[in-house]
Design a binder for this molecule. Structure first.
Ligand code: C2E
Ligand code: MG
Ligand code: MG
Length: 562
Protein backbone atom coordinates (compact mmCIF):
# COMPACT_ATOMS: atom_id res chain seq x y z
CA UNK A 1 0.00 0.00 0.00
CA UNK A 2 1.29 3.49 -0.90
CA UNK A 3 2.12 5.15 2.37
CA UNK A 4 1.81 8.80 1.26
CA UNK A 5 -1.61 8.35 -0.39
CA UNK A 6 -2.81 6.77 2.86
CA UNK A 7 -1.65 9.89 4.74
CA UNK A 8 -3.46 12.17 2.30
CA UNK A 9 -6.58 10.11 2.69
CA UNK A 10 -6.30 10.21 6.46
CA UNK A 11 -5.84 13.99 6.33
CA UNK A 12 -8.97 14.35 4.21
CA UNK A 13 -10.89 12.12 6.61
CA UNK A 14 -9.75 14.18 9.57
CA UNK A 15 -10.77 17.44 7.95
CA UNK A 16 -14.15 15.99 7.10
CA UNK A 17 -14.49 14.70 10.63
CA UNK A 18 -13.62 18.04 12.25
CA UNK A 19 -15.82 19.94 9.86
CA UNK A 20 -18.79 17.75 10.79
CA UNK A 21 -18.01 17.27 14.48
CA UNK A 22 -21.12 17.84 16.67
CA UNK A 23 -19.07 20.30 18.77
CA UNK A 24 -17.89 23.74 17.68
CA UNK A 25 -14.21 23.98 16.77
CA UNK A 26 -12.53 27.37 16.35
CA UNK A 27 -8.93 28.12 15.47
CA UNK A 28 -7.68 31.63 15.95
CA UNK A 29 -4.55 33.71 16.41
CA UNK A 30 -3.99 37.33 17.41
CA UNK A 31 -7.74 37.77 17.85
CA UNK A 32 -8.57 36.72 14.27
CA UNK A 33 -10.54 33.61 13.37
CA UNK A 34 -8.59 31.24 11.13
CA UNK A 35 -11.02 28.39 10.95
CA UNK A 36 -14.49 27.48 12.25
CA UNK A 37 -16.26 24.21 11.67
CA UNK A 38 -19.93 23.98 10.72
CA UNK A 39 -21.14 23.60 14.30
CA UNK A 40 -19.19 26.72 15.35
CA UNK A 41 -20.82 28.67 12.53
CA UNK A 42 -24.15 27.47 13.80
CA UNK A 43 -23.30 28.38 17.41
CA UNK A 44 -22.45 31.92 16.27
CA UNK A 45 -25.80 32.14 14.53
CA UNK A 46 -24.36 32.06 10.97
CA UNK A 47 -25.82 30.30 7.98
CA UNK A 48 -23.79 27.13 7.65
CA UNK A 49 -22.50 28.25 4.24
CA UNK A 50 -21.26 31.56 5.58
CA UNK A 51 -17.79 31.70 6.97
CA UNK A 52 -16.37 33.13 10.15
CA UNK A 53 -12.91 33.09 8.68
CA UNK A 54 -10.89 36.31 9.10
CA UNK A 55 -13.50 37.83 11.40
CA UNK A 56 -12.25 39.41 14.64
CA UNK A 57 -12.92 37.24 17.64
CA UNK A 58 -14.03 40.20 19.72
CA UNK A 59 -17.07 40.65 17.46
CA UNK A 60 -18.40 37.69 19.40
CA UNK A 61 -16.81 37.55 22.83
CA UNK A 62 -16.44 40.06 25.59
CA UNK A 63 -12.79 41.30 25.51
CA UNK A 64 -12.29 40.88 29.28
CA UNK A 65 -13.59 37.33 29.34
CA UNK A 66 -11.53 36.39 26.34
CA UNK A 67 -8.36 38.00 27.67
CA UNK A 68 -8.60 35.89 30.83
CA UNK A 69 -8.85 32.68 28.76
CA UNK A 70 -5.90 33.64 26.56
CA UNK A 71 -3.68 34.48 29.53
CA UNK A 72 -4.52 31.23 31.26
CA UNK A 73 -3.76 29.21 28.14
CA UNK A 74 -0.41 30.93 27.68
CA UNK A 75 0.49 30.32 31.29
CA UNK A 76 -0.30 26.61 30.94
CA UNK A 77 2.43 24.01 31.14
CA UNK A 78 2.56 22.59 27.54
CA UNK A 79 3.62 19.18 28.90
CA UNK A 80 0.48 18.91 30.97
CA UNK A 81 -2.03 18.75 28.12
CA UNK A 82 -5.72 19.47 28.61
CA UNK A 83 -7.02 22.99 28.21
CA UNK A 84 -8.57 25.99 29.93
CA UNK A 85 -12.28 25.60 30.56
CA UNK A 86 -14.49 28.67 30.44
CA UNK A 87 -18.19 29.46 30.07
CA UNK A 88 -18.34 32.27 27.53
CA UNK A 89 -21.26 34.43 26.52
CA UNK A 90 -21.36 34.84 22.76
CA UNK A 91 -23.06 37.72 20.95
CA UNK A 92 -24.47 35.91 17.93
CA UNK A 93 -24.83 37.53 14.53
CA UNK A 94 -28.63 37.20 14.76
CA UNK A 95 -28.54 39.49 17.81
CA UNK A 96 -29.26 36.74 20.37
CA UNK A 97 -26.95 35.68 23.14
CA UNK A 98 -25.98 32.18 24.03
CA UNK A 99 -23.68 30.60 26.55
CA UNK A 100 -20.88 28.30 25.40
CA UNK A 101 -19.09 25.83 27.54
CA UNK A 102 -15.58 25.89 26.05
CA UNK A 103 -12.11 24.49 26.41
CA UNK A 104 -9.18 26.35 24.85
CA UNK A 105 -5.69 25.10 24.27
CA UNK A 106 -2.79 25.81 21.91
CA UNK A 107 -2.13 23.57 18.91
CA UNK A 108 0.27 23.55 15.99
CA UNK A 109 -1.58 24.44 12.81
CA UNK A 110 0.02 24.96 9.43
CA UNK A 111 3.39 25.35 11.11
CA UNK A 112 2.35 27.92 13.71
CA UNK A 113 1.03 27.92 17.32
CA UNK A 114 -2.65 28.88 17.28
CA UNK A 115 -5.49 28.80 19.84
CA UNK A 116 -8.03 26.03 19.46
CA UNK A 117 -11.36 26.47 21.20
CA UNK A 118 -13.83 23.59 21.34
CA UNK A 119 -17.31 24.61 22.48
CA UNK A 120 -20.90 23.53 22.92
CA UNK A 121 -24.06 25.50 23.61
CA UNK A 122 -25.31 25.18 27.21
CA UNK A 123 -27.90 27.98 27.09
CA UNK A 124 -30.81 25.59 27.55
CA UNK A 125 -29.12 23.78 30.41
CA UNK A 126 -28.47 27.14 32.07
CA UNK A 127 -32.11 28.09 31.62
CA UNK A 128 -33.22 24.84 33.20
CA UNK A 129 -30.85 25.31 36.09
CA UNK A 130 -32.06 28.85 36.52
CA UNK A 131 -35.66 27.64 36.48
CA UNK A 132 -34.96 24.98 39.09
CA UNK A 133 -33.15 27.52 41.25
CA UNK A 134 -36.10 29.90 40.93
CA UNK A 135 -38.55 27.13 41.83
CA UNK A 136 -36.52 26.24 44.90
CA UNK A 137 -36.45 29.85 46.07
CA UNK A 138 -39.92 31.09 45.19
CA UNK A 139 -43.44 30.38 46.20
CA UNK A 140 -45.35 28.65 43.41
CA UNK A 141 -48.62 30.39 44.06
CA UNK A 142 -47.57 34.03 44.32
CA UNK A 143 -44.12 33.98 42.72
CA UNK A 144 -42.76 35.76 45.80
CA UNK A 145 -39.50 34.66 47.43
CA UNK A 146 -40.16 31.71 49.74
CA UNK A 147 -38.84 31.02 53.22
CA UNK A 148 -35.47 29.79 51.93
CA UNK A 149 -34.72 32.87 49.87
CA UNK A 150 -36.16 35.11 52.56
CA UNK A 151 -33.75 33.64 55.12
CA UNK A 152 -30.83 34.14 52.70
CA UNK A 153 -31.75 37.76 52.11
CA UNK A 154 -32.32 38.45 55.78
CA UNK A 155 -28.92 36.95 56.60
CA UNK A 156 -27.32 39.16 53.93
CA UNK A 157 -29.08 42.29 55.12
CA UNK A 158 -28.21 41.67 58.75
CA UNK A 159 -24.56 41.11 57.86
CA UNK A 160 -24.53 44.28 55.78
CA UNK A 161 -26.25 46.26 58.50
CA UNK A 162 -23.68 45.05 61.01
CA UNK A 163 -20.82 46.14 58.76
CA UNK A 164 -22.29 49.49 57.78
CA UNK A 165 -24.03 50.30 61.08
CA UNK A 166 -27.42 50.38 59.38
CA UNK A 167 -30.78 49.34 60.72
CA UNK A 168 -33.00 46.69 59.17
CA UNK A 169 -36.71 46.37 59.87
CA UNK A 170 -38.33 42.96 59.75
CA UNK A 171 -42.11 42.74 59.37
CA UNK A 172 -44.32 39.74 59.98
CA UNK A 173 -47.65 40.16 58.24
CA UNK A 174 -50.47 37.75 59.02
CA UNK A 175 -53.89 37.92 57.40
CA UNK A 176 -56.94 38.01 59.63
CA UNK A 177 -59.90 35.96 58.41
CA UNK A 178 -57.96 33.99 55.81
CA UNK A 179 -59.24 30.74 57.27
CA UNK A 180 -62.78 32.03 56.95
CA UNK A 181 -62.27 32.72 53.22
CA UNK A 182 -60.76 29.27 52.68
CA UNK A 183 -63.50 27.50 54.63
CA UNK A 184 -66.48 29.33 53.21
CA UNK A 185 -65.45 30.29 49.65
CA UNK A 186 -63.12 27.38 48.96
CA UNK A 187 -59.42 26.95 48.33
CA UNK A 188 -59.59 28.47 44.84
CA UNK A 189 -60.79 31.74 46.34
CA UNK A 190 -58.15 31.42 49.06
CA UNK A 191 -55.46 31.12 46.38
CA UNK A 192 -56.81 34.13 44.48
CA UNK A 193 -56.78 36.12 47.68
CA UNK A 194 -53.15 35.24 48.41
CA UNK A 195 -52.10 36.23 44.88
CA UNK A 196 -53.88 39.56 45.11
CA UNK A 197 -52.46 40.19 48.58
CA UNK A 198 -48.96 39.53 47.27
CA UNK A 199 -49.48 42.04 44.44
CA UNK A 200 -50.75 44.67 46.89
CA UNK A 201 -47.86 44.10 49.29
CA UNK A 202 -45.35 44.60 46.52
CA UNK A 203 -46.99 47.92 45.70
CA UNK A 204 -46.31 49.19 49.23
CA UNK A 205 -42.61 48.44 49.18
CA UNK A 206 -39.47 49.69 47.46
CA UNK A 207 -37.45 47.64 44.97
CA UNK A 208 -34.70 47.14 47.53
CA UNK A 209 -37.15 45.63 50.04
CA UNK A 210 -37.97 41.93 50.05
CA UNK A 211 -41.51 40.63 50.41
CA UNK A 212 -41.75 36.90 50.95
CA UNK A 213 -44.44 34.33 51.60
CA UNK A 214 -43.53 32.08 54.47
CA UNK A 215 -46.45 29.71 53.89
CA UNK A 216 -50.18 29.81 54.60
CA UNK A 217 -51.31 33.39 55.10
CA UNK A 218 -48.01 34.53 56.56
CA UNK A 219 -45.96 37.11 54.72
CA UNK A 220 -42.75 38.86 55.69
CA UNK A 221 -40.99 41.99 54.54
CA UNK A 222 -37.39 43.05 54.98
CA UNK A 223 -36.80 46.80 54.88
CA UNK A 224 -33.06 47.44 54.74
CA UNK A 225 -31.40 50.84 55.21
CA UNK A 226 -33.90 52.19 57.66
CA UNK A 227 -32.18 55.50 58.10
CA UNK A 228 -35.36 57.47 58.63
CA UNK A 229 -37.32 56.73 61.82
CA UNK A 230 -40.98 56.63 60.90
CA UNK A 231 -40.39 54.75 57.66
CA UNK A 232 -41.46 51.34 59.00
CA UNK A 233 -44.60 52.90 60.50
CA UNK A 234 -45.50 54.42 57.17
CA UNK A 235 -45.03 51.11 55.35
CA UNK A 236 -47.06 49.23 57.99
CA UNK A 237 -49.90 51.74 57.76
CA UNK A 238 -49.83 51.51 53.96
CA UNK A 239 -49.90 47.69 54.06
CA UNK A 240 -52.89 47.72 56.43
CA UNK A 241 -54.69 50.22 54.19
CA UNK A 242 -54.07 48.00 51.16
CA UNK A 243 -55.41 44.95 52.97
CA UNK A 244 -58.67 46.49 54.18
CA UNK A 245 -59.79 47.63 50.76
CA UNK A 246 -62.23 44.97 49.49
CA UNK A 247 -61.17 41.93 47.42
CA UNK A 248 -63.36 40.51 44.65
CA UNK A 249 -63.56 36.77 45.21
CA UNK A 250 -66.10 34.45 43.55
CA UNK A 251 -68.02 37.49 42.31
CA UNK A 252 -68.43 38.97 45.77
CA UNK A 253 -66.69 41.64 47.79
CA UNK A 254 -64.69 40.19 50.65
CA UNK A 255 -63.19 42.21 53.49
CA UNK A 256 -60.11 41.05 55.34
CA UNK A 257 -57.42 42.76 57.37
CA UNK A 258 -53.90 42.11 58.55
CA UNK A 259 -51.87 42.08 61.74
CA UNK A 260 -48.27 43.24 61.60
CA UNK A 261 -45.36 42.77 63.98
CA UNK A 262 -42.16 44.76 63.49
CA UNK A 263 -38.72 44.16 64.99
CA UNK A 264 -35.65 46.24 64.20
CA UNK A 265 -32.07 45.08 63.94
CA UNK A 266 -29.94 45.81 65.94
CA UNK A 267 -32.21 47.73 68.36
CA UNK A 268 -34.47 44.80 69.22
CA UNK A 269 -32.24 41.80 68.62
CA UNK A 270 -28.56 41.02 68.26
CA UNK A 271 -29.02 37.84 66.23
CA UNK A 272 -31.05 36.71 63.27
CA UNK A 273 -32.96 34.14 65.35
CA UNK A 274 -33.92 36.70 67.97
CA UNK A 275 -34.99 39.16 65.30
CA UNK A 276 -37.33 36.59 63.76
CA UNK A 277 -38.73 35.54 67.09
CA UNK A 278 -39.32 39.12 68.22
CA UNK A 279 -41.11 40.13 65.02
CA UNK A 280 -43.32 37.07 65.52
CA UNK A 281 -44.04 38.01 69.13
CA UNK A 282 -44.96 41.55 68.07
CA UNK A 283 -47.28 40.12 65.40
CA UNK A 284 -49.11 37.97 67.94
CA UNK A 285 -49.44 40.99 70.13
CA UNK A 286 -50.99 42.94 67.24
CA UNK A 287 -53.42 40.08 66.66
CA UNK A 288 -54.48 39.79 70.25
CA UNK A 289 -54.89 43.57 70.47
CA UNK A 290 -57.83 43.20 68.10
CA UNK A 291 -56.37 42.72 64.62
CA UNK A 292 -55.98 45.23 61.77
CA UNK A 293 -53.05 46.86 63.52
CA UNK A 294 -49.31 46.86 63.84
CA UNK A 295 -47.03 46.63 66.84
CA UNK A 296 -43.35 47.32 67.26
CA UNK A 297 -41.54 44.80 69.41
CA UNK A 298 -40.80 45.93 72.97
CA UNK A 299 -38.79 44.13 75.62
CA UNK A 300 -41.79 43.67 77.94
CA UNK A 301 -43.45 41.57 75.23
CA UNK A 302 -40.48 39.30 75.51
CA UNK A 303 -40.93 38.97 79.26
CA UNK A 304 -44.56 38.05 78.69
CA UNK A 305 -43.66 35.33 76.21
CA UNK A 306 -40.94 34.06 78.52
CA UNK A 307 -43.51 33.84 81.28
CA UNK A 308 -45.97 32.03 79.08
CA UNK A 309 -43.29 29.52 78.04
CA UNK A 310 -42.43 28.86 81.67
CA UNK A 311 -46.10 28.38 82.52
CA UNK A 312 -46.45 25.93 79.65
CA UNK A 313 -43.51 23.91 80.79
CA UNK A 314 -44.63 23.93 84.46
CA UNK A 315 -48.16 22.93 83.50
CA UNK A 316 -46.87 19.57 82.25
CA UNK A 317 -46.03 18.46 85.78
CA UNK A 318 -48.78 20.22 87.67
CA UNK A 319 -50.50 16.99 88.71
CA UNK A 320 -47.32 15.13 89.69
CA UNK A 321 -46.28 18.05 91.86
CA UNK A 322 -49.78 18.29 93.35
CA UNK A 323 -50.10 22.01 92.66
CA UNK A 324 -53.78 21.98 91.71
CA UNK A 325 -56.43 22.57 94.31
CA UNK A 326 -60.17 22.87 94.03
CA UNK A 327 -62.01 25.67 95.72
CA UNK A 328 -65.69 25.14 96.38
CA UNK A 329 -68.36 27.79 96.16
CA UNK A 330 -71.78 27.00 97.64
CA UNK A 331 -74.84 26.96 95.42
CA UNK A 332 -77.79 28.17 97.43
CA UNK A 333 -81.54 27.74 97.06
CA UNK A 334 -82.63 31.38 96.79
CA UNK A 335 -85.93 30.80 98.58
CA UNK A 336 -84.87 28.59 101.49
CA UNK A 337 -81.27 29.92 101.49
CA UNK A 338 -80.07 26.38 102.10
CA UNK A 339 -76.80 25.24 100.56
CA UNK A 340 -77.85 22.61 98.01
CA UNK A 341 -74.57 22.04 96.21
CA UNK A 342 -71.22 23.53 95.27
CA UNK A 343 -69.29 24.46 92.18
CA UNK A 344 -65.71 23.20 92.11
CA UNK A 345 -63.33 25.82 90.75
CA UNK A 346 -59.72 25.00 90.00
CA UNK A 347 -56.75 26.94 91.31
CA UNK A 348 -53.13 26.39 90.40
CA UNK A 349 -50.93 27.15 93.38
CA UNK A 350 -47.68 27.87 91.61
CA UNK A 351 -44.56 27.64 93.81
CA UNK A 352 -43.22 30.96 92.49
CA UNK A 353 -46.26 32.84 91.21
CA UNK A 354 -48.86 31.97 93.81
CA UNK A 355 -52.47 31.31 92.85
CA UNK A 356 -53.11 31.30 89.09
CA UNK A 357 -56.65 31.75 87.79
CA UNK A 358 -58.25 28.94 85.75
CA UNK A 359 -59.11 31.59 83.15
CA UNK A 360 -55.34 31.80 82.54
CA UNK A 361 -54.19 28.20 82.65
CA UNK A 362 -57.21 26.22 81.38
CA UNK A 363 -56.91 27.58 77.81
CA UNK A 364 -53.17 26.77 77.85
CA UNK A 365 -53.88 23.26 79.13
CA UNK A 366 -56.39 22.82 76.29
CA UNK A 367 -53.83 23.96 73.75
CA UNK A 368 -51.15 21.66 75.15
CA UNK A 369 -53.45 18.64 75.21
CA UNK A 370 -53.21 18.38 79.01
CA UNK A 371 -56.85 19.14 79.71
CA UNK A 372 -58.02 15.49 79.73
CA UNK A 373 -55.70 14.51 82.56
CA UNK A 374 -56.51 17.66 84.51
CA UNK A 375 -60.28 17.26 84.06
CA UNK A 376 -60.18 13.66 85.17
CA UNK A 377 -58.27 14.59 88.31
CA UNK A 378 -60.70 17.44 89.03
CA UNK A 379 -63.79 15.32 88.60
CA UNK A 380 -62.35 12.46 90.67
CA UNK A 381 -61.25 14.75 93.52
CA UNK A 382 -64.46 16.81 93.56
CA UNK A 383 -66.71 13.73 93.39
CA UNK A 384 -64.88 12.09 96.30
CA UNK A 385 -65.16 15.31 98.30
CA UNK A 386 -68.86 15.72 97.49
CA UNK A 387 -69.57 12.16 98.55
CA UNK A 388 -68.17 13.03 102.00
CA UNK A 389 -70.39 16.09 102.30
CA UNK A 390 -73.39 14.03 101.27
CA UNK A 391 -73.08 12.13 104.51
CA UNK A 392 -74.39 15.22 106.24
CA UNK A 393 -76.60 16.45 103.41
CA UNK A 394 -77.97 13.61 101.33
CA UNK A 395 -79.20 15.86 98.48
CA UNK A 396 -75.93 17.70 98.05
CA UNK A 397 -74.62 17.89 94.48
CA UNK A 398 -71.31 18.93 92.96
CA UNK A 399 -70.94 20.98 89.81
CA UNK A 400 -67.79 20.90 87.68
CA UNK A 401 -66.78 22.85 84.60
CA UNK A 402 -66.10 20.78 81.52
CA UNK A 403 -63.77 22.22 78.93
CA UNK A 404 -64.94 22.27 75.31
CA UNK A 405 -62.15 20.16 73.95
CA UNK A 406 -62.67 17.65 76.73
CA UNK A 407 -66.37 17.36 75.88
CA UNK A 408 -65.60 16.28 72.38
CA UNK A 409 -63.40 13.51 73.69
CA UNK A 410 -65.62 10.45 73.67
CA UNK A 411 -63.61 8.64 76.31
CA UNK A 412 -65.07 11.03 78.90
CA UNK A 413 -68.14 8.80 79.15
CA UNK A 414 -66.12 5.80 80.19
CA UNK A 415 -63.81 7.60 82.58
CA UNK A 416 -66.85 9.31 84.12
CA UNK A 417 -68.47 5.94 84.77
CA UNK A 418 -65.26 4.68 86.37
CA UNK A 419 -64.96 7.74 88.61
CA UNK A 420 -68.59 7.51 89.76
CA UNK A 421 -68.12 3.86 90.62
CA UNK A 422 -64.87 4.51 92.43
CA UNK A 423 -66.19 7.41 94.52
CA UNK A 424 -69.70 6.03 95.00
CA UNK A 425 -71.28 9.35 93.92
CA UNK A 426 -74.65 8.83 92.21
CA UNK A 427 -74.68 10.34 88.70
CA UNK A 428 -77.67 12.49 89.63
CA UNK A 429 -75.48 14.27 92.22
CA UNK A 430 -73.08 15.37 89.50
CA UNK A 431 -73.54 18.45 87.33
CA UNK A 432 -71.24 19.19 84.42
CA UNK A 433 -71.14 22.81 83.27
CA UNK A 434 -70.59 23.28 79.56
CA UNK A 435 -70.56 26.37 77.35
CA UNK A 436 -72.08 26.82 73.93
CA UNK A 437 -68.58 26.81 72.37
CA UNK A 438 -68.91 23.07 72.58
CA UNK A 439 -70.81 23.19 69.29
CA UNK A 440 -68.02 24.91 67.39
CA UNK A 441 -66.01 22.24 65.65
CA UNK A 442 -67.45 18.74 65.36
CA UNK A 443 -70.93 19.37 66.78
CA UNK A 444 -72.30 15.89 66.09
CA UNK A 445 -69.52 14.24 68.06
CA UNK A 446 -70.10 16.65 70.93
CA UNK A 447 -73.85 15.97 70.88
CA UNK A 448 -73.27 12.21 70.97
CA UNK A 449 -71.04 12.65 73.97
CA UNK A 450 -73.51 14.87 75.82
CA UNK A 451 -76.42 12.51 75.13
CA UNK A 452 -74.35 9.66 76.50
CA UNK A 453 -73.73 11.60 79.72
CA UNK A 454 -77.45 12.41 80.04
CA UNK A 455 -78.29 8.72 79.60
CA UNK A 456 -75.92 7.92 82.44
CA UNK A 457 -78.03 10.23 84.61
CA UNK A 458 -75.53 13.10 84.85
CA UNK A 459 -76.96 16.66 84.82
CA UNK A 460 -75.75 19.20 82.27
CA UNK A 461 -75.92 22.96 82.81
CA UNK A 462 -75.18 25.63 80.29
CA UNK A 463 -72.64 28.02 81.86
CA UNK A 464 -72.08 31.71 81.07
CA UNK A 465 -75.49 31.94 79.40
CA UNK A 466 -76.13 35.15 77.46
CA UNK A 467 -72.53 35.87 76.55
CA UNK A 468 -72.45 33.84 73.31
CA UNK A 469 -73.85 34.68 69.92
CA UNK A 470 -76.55 32.09 69.42
CA UNK A 471 -77.65 31.30 72.93
CA UNK A 472 -81.34 30.89 72.21
CA UNK A 473 -81.04 28.37 69.41
CA UNK A 474 -78.26 26.56 71.26
CA UNK A 475 -80.46 26.22 74.31
CA UNK A 476 -83.04 24.32 72.28
CA UNK A 477 -80.43 21.97 70.82
CA UNK A 478 -78.34 21.09 73.85
CA UNK A 479 -79.61 18.43 76.30
CA UNK A 480 -79.12 20.69 79.33
CA UNK A 481 -81.48 20.85 82.30
CA UNK A 482 -80.14 24.06 83.79
CA UNK A 483 -78.68 27.36 82.69
CA UNK A 484 -76.40 29.71 84.58
CA UNK A 485 -76.97 33.37 83.85
CA UNK A 486 -73.54 34.84 83.26
CA UNK A 487 -72.23 36.81 86.22
CA UNK A 488 -71.71 39.90 84.05
CA UNK A 489 -75.50 40.44 83.94
CA UNK A 490 -76.16 40.30 87.64
CA UNK A 491 -74.88 43.76 88.68
CA UNK A 492 -77.04 45.34 85.93
CA UNK A 493 -80.23 43.82 87.33
CA UNK A 494 -80.50 46.74 89.70
CA UNK A 495 -79.46 49.64 87.53
CA UNK A 496 -79.59 48.96 83.80
CA UNK A 497 -83.11 48.65 82.30
CA UNK A 498 -81.82 46.72 79.26
CA UNK A 499 -80.15 44.12 81.47
CA UNK A 500 -83.36 43.81 83.46
CA UNK A 501 -85.30 43.06 80.26
CA UNK A 502 -82.66 40.55 79.14
CA UNK A 503 -82.51 38.68 82.46
CA UNK A 504 -86.30 38.58 82.64
CA UNK A 505 -86.42 37.20 79.10
CA UNK A 506 -83.88 34.49 79.96
CA UNK A 507 -85.87 33.49 83.02
CA UNK A 508 -89.18 33.28 81.20
CA UNK A 509 -87.59 31.39 78.31
CA UNK A 510 -86.04 28.91 80.73
CA UNK A 511 -89.39 28.44 82.40
CA UNK A 512 -91.15 27.71 79.12
CA UNK A 513 -88.41 25.26 78.12
CA UNK A 514 -88.51 23.70 81.59
CA UNK A 515 -84.91 24.47 82.51
CA UNK A 516 -83.63 25.44 85.95
CA UNK A 517 -81.92 28.80 86.27
CA UNK A 518 -78.90 29.51 88.46
CA UNK A 519 -77.79 33.07 89.04
CA UNK A 520 -74.02 33.61 89.24
CA UNK A 521 -71.96 36.37 90.80
CA UNK A 522 -74.57 37.49 93.31
CA UNK A 523 -72.92 40.05 95.55
CA UNK A 524 -75.84 41.77 97.28
CA UNK A 525 -79.13 40.96 98.96
CA UNK A 526 -80.95 43.15 96.46
CA UNK A 527 -79.56 41.10 93.54
CA UNK A 528 -80.54 37.83 95.24
CA UNK A 529 -84.00 39.19 95.87
CA UNK A 530 -84.42 40.41 92.29
CA UNK A 531 -83.62 36.94 90.95
CA UNK A 532 -85.71 35.07 93.52
CA UNK A 533 -88.78 37.20 92.74
CA UNK A 534 -88.49 36.16 89.11
CA UNK A 535 -88.35 32.43 89.83
CA UNK A 536 -84.60 31.98 89.64
CA UNK A 537 -84.22 28.79 91.65
CA UNK A 538 -80.60 28.85 92.75
CA UNK A 539 -77.75 31.27 93.07
CA UNK A 540 -74.11 31.58 93.99
CA UNK A 541 -71.84 34.47 94.67
CA UNK A 542 -69.74 36.36 97.17
CA UNK A 543 -72.92 37.28 99.05
CA UNK A 544 -73.06 33.69 100.28
CA UNK A 545 -69.41 32.68 100.14
CA UNK A 546 -66.35 33.06 97.96
CA UNK A 547 -64.88 29.87 96.53
CA UNK A 548 -62.92 28.30 99.41
CA UNK A 549 -60.69 25.24 99.89
CA UNK A 550 -62.46 22.05 101.03
CA UNK A 551 -61.46 22.36 104.70
CA UNK A 552 -62.78 25.89 105.01
CA UNK A 553 -65.92 24.99 103.07
CA UNK A 554 -66.47 22.11 105.50
CA UNK A 555 -65.93 24.36 108.51
CA UNK A 556 -68.31 27.07 107.30
CA UNK A 557 -70.93 25.30 105.25
CA UNK A 558 -71.24 22.00 107.06
CA UNK A 559 -72.28 23.89 110.13
CA UNK A 560 -75.25 25.03 108.07
CA UNK A 561 -76.01 21.43 107.05
CA UNK A 562 -76.06 20.28 110.65
P1 C2E B 1 -67.36 30.02 85.80
O1 C2E B 1 -67.61 28.58 85.66
O2 C2E B 1 -68.37 30.95 85.23
O3 C2E B 1 -67.12 30.28 87.31
C1 C2E B 1 -67.62 31.33 88.03
C2 C2E B 1 -66.60 32.35 88.30
O4 C2E B 1 -67.18 33.43 88.98
C3 C2E B 1 -65.47 31.85 89.20
O5 C2E B 1 -64.25 32.42 88.76
C4 C2E B 1 -65.88 32.42 90.56
O6 C2E B 1 -64.79 32.58 91.43
C5 C2E B 1 -66.46 33.73 90.15
N1 C2E B 1 -67.40 34.26 91.13
C6 C2E B 1 -68.18 33.57 91.98
N2 C2E B 1 -68.96 34.41 92.70
C7 C2E B 1 -68.68 35.66 92.27
C8 C2E B 1 -69.16 36.97 92.65
O7 C2E B 1 -70.02 37.14 93.50
N3 C2E B 1 -68.64 38.02 91.97
C9 C2E B 1 -67.69 37.86 91.01
N4 C2E B 1 -67.24 38.93 90.41
N5 C2E B 1 -67.23 36.65 90.63
C10 C2E B 1 -67.71 35.56 91.28
P2 C2E B 1 -62.95 31.60 88.68
O8 C2E B 1 -62.86 30.66 89.80
O9 C2E B 1 -61.83 32.55 88.46
O10 C2E B 1 -63.15 30.74 87.37
C11 C2E B 1 -63.15 31.32 86.11
C12 C2E B 1 -63.58 30.34 85.07
O11 C2E B 1 -62.61 29.32 84.89
C13 C2E B 1 -64.85 29.61 85.41
O12 C2E B 1 -65.95 30.40 85.11
C14 C2E B 1 -64.75 28.41 84.51
O13 C2E B 1 -65.20 28.72 83.22
C15 C2E B 1 -63.27 28.16 84.46
N6 C2E B 1 -62.94 27.02 85.33
C16 C2E B 1 -62.78 26.98 86.66
N7 C2E B 1 -62.49 25.73 87.07
C17 C2E B 1 -62.49 24.96 85.98
C18 C2E B 1 -62.26 23.55 85.73
O14 C2E B 1 -62.05 22.73 86.62
N8 C2E B 1 -62.31 23.12 84.44
C19 C2E B 1 -62.58 23.98 83.42
N9 C2E B 1 -62.61 23.47 82.19
N10 C2E B 1 -62.80 25.28 83.60
C20 C2E B 1 -62.76 25.77 84.88
MG1 MG C 1 -68.93 27.37 85.94
MG1 MG D 1 -70.17 31.06 84.63
Amino acid sequence: MDHSSATVETMADCQHLISNLPAGVLLHRDGVILYANQEMNYLFGMESSASLQQQPLLNFFHPEAWKRVEQSVEAMDPQQGGGIPADLTVARVDGKESILESTTTQVLWQGAQVFCTVAKDISQRRKNEEHIRHQANHDNLTGLPNRTLFMDRLRQEVTRARRQSHRVALMFIDLDRFKWVNDTLGHGAGDDLLREVSARLQRCLRKSDTVARMGGDEFTAILPDMARGPFAERVAAEVLAQLVSPFMLCGQEVMISGSIGIAIFPDDAATLEDLLRNADIAMYRAKSAGRNGYRFFTQDMHAEVQERMELESDLHTVLERQELVIHYQPIVNLTSRRVVGAEGLLRWVHPKRGSISPAVFIPIAEELGLISKITEWTIRTACAQAQQWRQQNADFFISINLSCTRCRDLSTGESMQAILQETGLPPTALVLEITENILSGDASQAMAMLNHLVQMGVNLWLDDFGTGHSSLSVLKRLPVNGIKIDRSFVPGTLSDPETVVLVEAILSLAKSLNRKVIGEGIESEAQAEFLRERNCLMGQGYLFLKPEPAELFTAIVCKVFA
